[in-house]
Structure formats: structure tokens, C-alpha cells
Design a protein around this ligand. Structure first.
Ligand code: HDE
Length: 722
């Protein structure tokens, strides 16, 4: 007993102060209101409250501190079933991570149709505008392992599971509308090339390495997707500011059996915007969980991420009326040619209860469709239909993964399929075959809609030779990459040039750099090729190697993020920098004005200790300036108050905070005496670096925040060391 007492005393209760501060300490950027945070954390621990600790067999445990031993100092006994059960289970806690898209985060929500889309599809979830169909959405990066950073340059997965009344429909898309390859058989080659290199497992979470550029420079069909990954789309500001795309052409089928080709689009309510490369790199170190945390916190605080689902509709008879093949997954249908028709909205309003049970075990498959939706013959999609179920068999340990709660359809499933590893259902009765006469023939087939809703594939008529060949209509690899580049705003073009230069600069083999410049970039755009060549010290190519095809469209404004902002400042985060002697009235006025716009403020002090305003009031700060760096904010406000401004002028962390926000092109307002900081910073006011005398209106400041960045400042800001 004596030994037990000693050890028990050293064990920290999960509710003790030490445990609490350790928990708060795991939060890199937000060490704000610890007790409020812990209150919200408690809800995730509730199911064992008031319950005895037991073994998996239900036996109550009397001692969870000590192994059964021969005497206090003797060897442990094999008969200790409690210790062995605990350690055996622990030894097997990990399951294989996904081969691609391993790093992910997810949320629950619902989808609601705007109206009855019966003319387009018989899918029930697109018919009743009053119906809320539950969804579970998992966002992911592609290249890195489960523990890699959120803000790396990469494609983002955007996988949606809709639990419809007619079965699960998985729309397993990405945040970019095209893909690297045209045929599924090239997927293992592509993934092997982009993954960390096999000899030293470097780099984690990035494509700036030889094997990736070796492959893509040899495979021109990747040119279009690679330019998307070199654009700002590959470093989204947040998961809720990304577009989503189904990529492949699908079919929608109505009750009369009419098929229409469609491309699926998700448009975010919060607008489309990105990080700057410098921010993305810093965040990858300072807060590996930056996107995960943002999604989680936005849902907890009621800023529910929301997207509009839309489709581009192409009638069956127009299949061949474009200057590209609609079955080619390396091509978009420009929105200027076929606008997006809105179908409904998706809102994410609930965080998962358990990461492993839900986010890790969710199993998506593009082959999960419902009546009213069907596949096209896109050869990439066709391969995906096989791969996803196959991968779950090793990842989730057998073919019964559909029984894991997060994967279970709401619709009943009586398939007659039986047994296998991890079977949970206790199937009753003696028949597991069809037809049968013992169980009255049940479960029986259901005729297709319009009668009872059994699934029926679209009876497409096909007649061709069995061959391994790529269609000639898939052979133009550069026109749409050029269309993308030429549709970008000035700053987006500059970012693309910088990204190619950065990535290729990390490639060790000269011939790979040269091949990408001469055989890929020069065929996309000569200015792009010339600028990158110059940055790499390579000869500037005079012309491309492939004759240029003239497209009917010269530019697609819908591709530029500059045209996709939300126009408001809802959920934007503003840092208020203050020290003792601050003008408390200015802080209160800004907070009130931000609240009215749905934006958020955090008060940052020199340390985490409260500060005292000029009129003697004590203000609790949300964090120290070091604890929450400027990269976690959209804008900065510095209130007046002579003493406070004097202290900030002499504080290196505060000055760095402001310089970094300036460098990252953020809106900054210096109020009252804070205007004096301009001299200390050696900066000049601009359209987003604002000086204000009073706090009557924050109109100009908020307008600058709504613009997301002060792009005009970019050339100048690059010279600022921060
Ligand atoms: Fe995937 N992909 N993929 N993929 N993919 C997987 O399935 C695959 C492709 C996408 O959050 C794997 O369950 C092949 C395109 C997302 O759980 C695997 C091909 C698009 C996710 C697989 C593709 C995607 C995956 C790995 C070429 C955009 C994460 C784990 C034919 C439309 C889903 C898993 C999640 C995951 C195979 C190409 C999106 C191995 C063979 C194109 C968002 O089955």
C-alpha cells in the first residue's frame, strides 16, 4: 500500500492546474483565454464522466498504476491480464496512413438544395429544398505524412461525403480543377515522383525536389496542373477560403433517363484567398496546425464555413463542341464558355468528436454514387473507381470498413455480403444469397426510378476496339496552362514566376531545370520561361518546341483569385497592439465596429500580463505579441496613448510585428499618437497603411482589410527586412 500511495501522489489529475497549463501550452499561437478554452475542451471528454475505469472485458480496475509483481521490487508477472490488455491494445493503436492525402482535417455539416433540380437529376438530395442532407468533409494536403505542416505548397483534397436517403454520395475532389495526369495507370509513377525521395525521405510536404521536377518535365500533360500548384491556389489562406472541384466530367440523369454532362464546383462564401509564400513557410514552423486550427475555431465560434455547390452543364449533343475533350482531366471548361449553375449550399457546423474515429477512419470513394449521378469515361476517373475501396482494405483492415460509424450510410444496407475481418453486424437468418425462397426472397432487387429508385447505369452505347491508346483529342497540353497564366492579375503572375524559380532552384540536376524551362515553360508562355530562366541563370528560350494552338478564349477572369474575394471582412482577425498607457476608448471603439462587421479582434500586449489604460483601467490581453505573431492576423491596429506608443517604439517585438505585417501587405491603422511609429519603422503611409486622428470611422481600414492585401505595396515591401 505504501508504494501505491507514493506513486499515486505523483500522478497529475487531468483537472489539476498543471495538467491544464500543459494543455494550454500545446497551443502555439493562441495562448489567450485559458479557462474559457478549457471549458470548451471539457465537452470532448464527457462520455466517461461518472464511470468506473474498466478493462475491455468490463472488469473494474482497482490499480492502474502498478503492474502485478513478485513483491514490491520483484519481476512482473505474465498473468497480469490488465497490464497486458492495455499494452497490447496500445501497441496496435496506429493504422497505416493514407498513401496520399495523409494529412487531413474534417468537419460535419449539411447540404441543402436551393430548389427542385428534377429536370437535371433524379438524385433525391437535389430535389427537396426543405431537406438538409448530412455531410462529412475532409480537407487534406497530398504529399506529406500525417504529421506534416498545413501550409506547405501543395494541392488540397476536398472530399465530401453526403449521407443521402438513397445511399452515400462521395464527391472526392480537390481545390484545383485539373489533375497532373490523364490516365490512372500513371498515378503510381506520379505519386512516387512527388513523395519524399526514397533514399532520405526528404522533403516532407513539398514538391521542390528532383524526382518531382524530373517526372513533370518529362510528362507535358502535367503542365496545366503544375502551373496551378505554382500559383497562390497551392497556399490557401484557410480551408474555408478555397474553391473545390469534382475535376472529372460526370453525368446527371433525370427520371426520364436523359443524361447531361456536368463539372462540379464548390464556391466558398468567405471568398478565395491565399497566404503569401513567406507567410506559408513561417507558419509551417510556427503553427503546423494552422489550417486545422482555423477550421476548428471558426466552427466553434459560429463562423460556419459555407460553399455553394454548382455545376457546369453540357448537353449530350455538345460533347464535342469545345477545343478540348471534356473527358480529359487536365482541362477545365472555362466558366466564360459554360457558366456555373448553382444547385445548393453546404454549411459545416460541427467539429468531430474524435479525430481517429471520424477524420482518420472516413473512407471516401468516387465510386460511391446514388441514382441520378453517373460516371463519364474519363480514364482517370475510371481508375479511381477501383483504387479507393482497394486502398481501404489494407488501411482499415478488411472489407467491412462501411460498418465504421463515420462510413455507415443512413440508408439501410442489406447486401447479402457476409463475414470477413472486423465484421460488426450480427446478420440474422439463414439466407445470404439471392434469389432465395427461404426468406420470402428478401432482400430483393428494386426496379430503377421512376418507380422505386434502384440504381441503373446510364446505357451509353459504345463500339470500339480494345486498345491501349490515348485519344488525339487529349494531346494539347499547353493552351490551357497559357490561358491560366494569361488570366492572372499582375501580382498572381509574379507569384507564379517566383514559385517556379524557388522550386526549380532547389532541383540539383541542371538538365531537369533546363528541360522544365525549355520544353514546358517556353511552350506555356515565353515571358514566364524567360523570367524563370533568368532567375536560374539559364539561357532564355527564344521559342517553344510545340506550335501554339489558338483558343477561342484569350483569358478567363473566373480563374483569377483577384476576382473571387468575398467583399466583406466577416471572420477576419485584427491584432491590436498596446502597452500601458493605451487609449482604452480607441480599443473599445474598434472592437465594437469590428463586431458589427462580423470580424474579430485580439488584444496583444508586450507580455501576457494585463495592461493599464491611460485612464487607469486594467485590460486583460489575449496574448503577448511574441505568442501570437503577425502571420496569424489579417490586419493590425495600433491605438494612441502617448505612454503606450512610446513603449511600443522601443519594443523590438512590436516593431518587428508591424514590419512583418507591412511586408505581408496587410492593412495597418495607426491611431492618434501611434502615427509617430512611422518614423521608428522608416515606412510611409500608403493605401493600406493608414493614419487616423480619431475613431469616428474605420471605413478606410475595413475597406483595406476586405481587399485582403495591399498589392500595390508588394514591390516596395520586398525590400523590408522582416
Ligand atoms: Fe485520389 N486517392 N487518386 N485523387 N484522392 C486517394 O484513397 C487515386 C485523384 C483525392 O480525405 C486514396 O482513401 C488514384 C484525383 C482525395 O480520405 C487512393 C488516382 C483527385 C483523397 C487514391 C487519384 C483525387 C484521395 C488514398 C488516379 C481529385 C483523400 C487514400 C487515377 C479529383 C480522400 C484513400 C480522403 C485519396 C487514388 C487521383 C482526390 C490511393 C488511383 C484526380 C481528396 O485510393
Amino acid at each position: 500500500m505504501a508504494t501505491k500511495k507514493t506513486i499515486t501522489n505523483t500522478t497529475t489529475s487531468p483537472n489539476s492546474k498543471t495538467a491544464n497549463s500543459e494543455l494550454a501550452g500545446t497551443d502555439t499561437l493562441d495562448r489567450g483565454n485559458t479557462s474559457a478554452k478549457l471549458d470548451s475542451l471539457e465537452q470532448f471528454r464527457s462520455d466517461a464522466t461518472g464511470q468506473a475505469l474498466r478493462t475491455n472485458q468490463g472488469v473494474k480496475v482497482a490499480d492502474n498504476q502498478n503492474t502485478l509483481k513478485v513483491g514490491e521490487r520483484g519481476p512482473s508477472l505474465l498473468e497480469d491480464f490488465i497490464m497486458r490488455e492495455k499494452i497490447t491494445h496500445f501497441d496496435h493503436e496506429r493504422i497505416p496512413e493514407r498513401i496520399v492525402h495523409a494529412r487531413g482535417t474534417a468537419a460535419h455539416g449539411y447540404f441543402q438544395s436551393y430548389e427542385n433540380h428534377a429536370p437535371l437529376t433524379k438524385a433525391a438530395f437535389l430535389q427537396d429544398p426543405g431537406k438538409k442532407t448530412p455531410v462529412f468533409v475532409r480537407f487534406s494536403t497530398v504529399q506529406g505524412p500525417r504529421g506534416s505542416g498545413d501550409t506547405v505548397r501543395d494541392v488540397r483534397g476536398f472530399a465530401v461525403k453526403l449521407y443521402t436517403d438513397e445511399g452515400n454520395f462521395d464527391l472526392v475532389g480537390n481545390n484545383m480543377p485539373v489533375f497532373f495526369i490523364q490516365d490512372a495507370i500513371k498515378f503510381p509513377d506520379f505519386v512516387h515522383a512527388v513523395k519524399p525521395e526514397p533514399h532520405n525521405e526528404i522533403p516532407t510536404g513539398g514538391s521542390a525536389h528532383d524526382t518531382f521536377w524530373d517526372f513533370v518535365s518529362l510528362v507535358p500533360e502535367s503542365a496545366h496542373m503544375v502551373i496551378w500548384t505554382m500559383s497562390d491556389r497551392a497556399i490557401p489562406k484557410s480551408l474555408r477560403t478555397m474553391q473545390g472541384f469534382g475535376i472529372h466530367t460526370f453525368r446527371l440523369i433525370n427520371a426520364e433517363g436523359t443524361s447531361t454532362f456536368v463539372k462540379f464546383h464548390w464556391k466558398p462564401k468567405f471568398g478565395v484567398c491565399s497566404l503569401l509564400w513567406d507567410e506559408a513557410q513561417k507558419l509551417a514552423g510556427k503553427d503546423t496546425d494552422y489550417h486545422r486550427r482555423d477550421l476548428w475555431e471558426s466552427i466553434e465560434s459560429g463562423d460556419y464555413p459555407e460553399w455553394e455547390l454548382g455545376v457546369q452543364i453540357v448537353a449530350e449533343e455538345d460533347e464535342h463542341s469545345f477545343d478540348f475533350d471534356i473527358l480529359d482531366p487536365t482541362k477545365i471548361i472555362p466558366e466564360e464558355l459554360v457558366p456555373v449553375t448553382p444547385l445548393g449550399k453546404m454549411v459545416l457546423n460541427r467539429n468531430p468528436d474524435n479525430f481517429f474515429a471520424e477524420t482518420e477512419q472516413v473512407a471516401f470513394c468516387p465510386g460511391h454514387i446514388v441514382p441520378g449521378i453517373d460516371f463519364s469515361n474519363d480514364p482517370l476517373l475510371q481508375g479511381r473507381l477501383f483504387s479507393y475501396t482497394d486502398t481501404q482494405i489494407s488501411r482499415l483492415g478488411g472489407p467491412n470498413f462501411h460498418e465504421i460509424p463515420i462510413n455507415r450510410p443512413l440508408a439501410p444496407n442489406h447486401s447479402g455480403q457476409r463475414d470477413a475481418q472486423h465484421r460488426v453486424t450480427i446478420d440474422k437468418g439463414r439466407t445470404s444469397y439471392e434469389p432465395n425462397s427461404i426468406d420470402g426472397g428478401w432482400p430483393k432487387e428494386t426496379p430503377p426510378a421512376p418507380q422505386d429508385g434502384g440504381f441503373e447505369s446510364y446505357p451509353e452505347r459504345l463500339e470500339a476496339h480494345k486498345i491501349r491508346r490515348r485519344s488525339e483529342s487529349f494531346s494539347d497540353h499547353f493552351s490551357q496552362a497559357r490561358l491560366f497564366f494569361q488570366s492572372m492579375s499582375h501580382h498572381e503572375k509574379e507569384h507564379i514566376i517566383a514559385a517556379y524559380s524557388f522550386e526549380l532552384g532547389k532541383v540539383e540536376r541542371d538538365w531537369i531545370r533546363a528541360r522544365q524551362v525549355n520544353e514546358i515553360l517556353a511552350n506555356i508562355d515565353l515571358e514566364l520561361a524567360a523570367r524563370v530562366a533568368k532567375n536560374l541563370g539559364l539561357p532564355v528560350p527564344k521559342q517553344g518546341t510545340v506550335p501554339e494552338k489558338t483558343l477561342s478564349l484569350k483569358a478567363s477572369p473566373a480563374l483569377s483569385q483577384a476576382n473571387l474575394l468575398s467583399g466583406d471582412i466577416v471572420s477576419r482577425k485584427v491584432a491590436i497592439l498596446a502597452a500601458d498607457g493605451v487609449d482604452g476608448g480607441a480599443i473599445a471603439a474598434l472592437k465594437k465596429a469590428l463586431e458589427a462587421e462580423g470580424a474579430r479582434a485580439k488584444l496583444l500586449g508586450p507580455t501576457s500580463a494585463p495592461i493599464t489604460t491611460a485612464d487607469g483601467k486594467s485590460l486583460v490581453v489575449d496574448a503577448s505579441m511574441e505568442g501570437m505573431p503577425s502571420i496569424a492576423f489579417d490586419a493590425v491596429f495600433v491605438p494612441g496613448g502617448a505612454e503606450s506608443v512610446k513603449a511600443l517604439s522601443a519594443n523590438g517585438v512590436a516593431l518587428h510585428f508591424l514590419l512583418e505585417a507591412y511586408k505581408h501587405l496587410k492593412a495597418i491603422e495607426l491611431n492618434g499618437e501611434a502615427g509617430q511609429l512611422l518614423n521608428a519603422l522608416h515606412l510611409e503611409a500608403d493605401e493600406g497603411l493608414l493614419l487616423s486622428k480619431d475613431t469616428k470611422s474605420f471605413k478606410a481600414f475595413f475597406a483595406a482589410i476586405a481587399q485582403h492585401r495591399v498589392w500595390a505595396r508588394e514591390p516596395k515591401a520586398k525590400a523590408v527586412p522582416a
